[in-house]
Design a binder for this molecule. Structure first.
Ligand SMILES: Cc1cc2nc3c(=O)[nH]c(=O)nc-3n(C[C@H](O)[C@H](O)[C@H](O)COP(=O)(O)OP(=O)(O)OC[C@H]3O[C@@H](n4cnc5c(N)ncnc54)[C@H](O)[C@@H]3O)c2cc1C
Length: 290
């Protein structure tokens, strides 16, 4: 099926207008941002919204701002903007690493960080990135706004805490000194979704001990969580190859991949361990330079 079911369309002029339109048109209305997840689902008839509320004119949701200890990103910020940002590359190289391997320029020119997180596809690279960076998200409704952590946002595959009449408006990354981060993905061909991917963030003490560690995996059944046993092992220890290997082993044990056209379970588990080791090395090296 390549043609969506019939739908009506409204173009929001402000965040308040979008929220009012969502409320007016009720449960069968849906926000459209980049459309790179929603439109394919509509063509496959996996989604049949009666109304599309287009938020692409809301430039108030397209920004990257550095505050004292946080970088705030508007939900409508495109993949391409994140990829091109020097601020992001300097503070959160994990985002730049991930953006380089998300889809292709056509998708990256339109797809948004807000759409990626609201889609909540277990293969979405930015979900892992945001979990590893301990991001917070701001959700707005007509009654006000609330701030959620990533585990609070993602309730399961394709399911989030954003209600039908709410908008995800902002993503916040905490800025930690002496920190580094990295992301690596294995895909069947350039621009494809991950067979498996790993992300890590490391913070070092002035003496070089790991004071904070986060490890996340994509597409291997660790959805909505980071690899806590690996993180516990890393925290409080000086970085070493042996430590990374043991942490990687724990992460691979704790994920739960399924066999599919992208590969068997043991191959995906092997990738989870190998990619975790690599991102831990890179994130630690970047933290040492920072
Ligand atoms: C060919 C192709 C390859 C891809 N490869 C990858 C890949 O390798 N890795 C990867 O991570 N992604 C990949 N993607 C997905 C891409 O990153 C999409 O851009 C992203 O998933 C969704 O962003 P969007 O802005 O297009 O969202 P949309 O499709 O517009 O919306 C997705 C969902 O989020 C909701 N939504 C959107 N914005 C908001 C908001 N602000 N508040 C509340 N709800 C909102 C919509 O209602 C909808 O339910 C690929 C997509 C395509 C088409």
């Amino acid at each position: 099926m390549q043609v969506p079911a019939p739908f009506d369309y409204a173009r929001a002029e402000s965040v308040e207008d979008a929220l009012a339109l969502l409320q007016r048109h009720g449960p069968e209305s849906r926000v459209i941002a980049g459309g790179h997840s929603l439109l394919p689902m509509m063509k496959l008839r996996l989604a049949r919204p009666e109304w599309l509320i287009d938020i692409n004119d809301l430039f108030e949701l397209d920004y990257l701002v550095e505050d004292a200890s946080t970088v705030r990103i508007g939900a409508l910020t495109r993949h391409a903007t994140l990829l091109a940002s020097d601020l992001i590359a300097r503070l959160f190289p994990i985002v730049t690493d991930a953006e380089k391997v998300i889809a292709d320029p056509i998708v990256r020119n339109r797809g948004t960080i807000g759409g990626s997180l609201c889609q909540a596809d277990p293969a979405e690279d930015l979900s892992t990135v945001c979990e590893v960076l301990r991001a917070e998200v701001v959700i707005r409704g007509l009654d006000g706004e609330r701030v959620l952590t990533m585990p609070e946002l993602h309730r399961g595959p394709y399911e989030t805490a954003v209600a039908q009449d709410e908008l995800l408006t902002e993503i916040r990354f905490p800025v930690l000194p002496r920190s580094g981060s990295a992301y690596e993905k294995v895909e069947r061909r350039v621009g494809d979704w991950a067979i498996a991917a790993a992300g890590a963030a490391i913070t070092l003490s002035p003496a070089g001990t790991i004071t904070h560690a986060a490890v996340g995996l994509t597409s291997v059944g660790l959805d909505g969580h980071t690899a806590t046993r690996a993180e516990e092992l890393l925290t409080g220890n000086p970085p070493s190859e042996e430590l990374f290997a043991e942490a990687a082993q724990r992460a691979a044990e704790d994920c739960d991949p399924v066999a599919d056209q992208r590969g068997p379970v043991d191959y995906k588990r092997h990738l989870a361990a190998e990619l975790t080791k690599r991102v831990l090395r890179t994130a630690t090296a970047r933290a040492s330079e920072g």
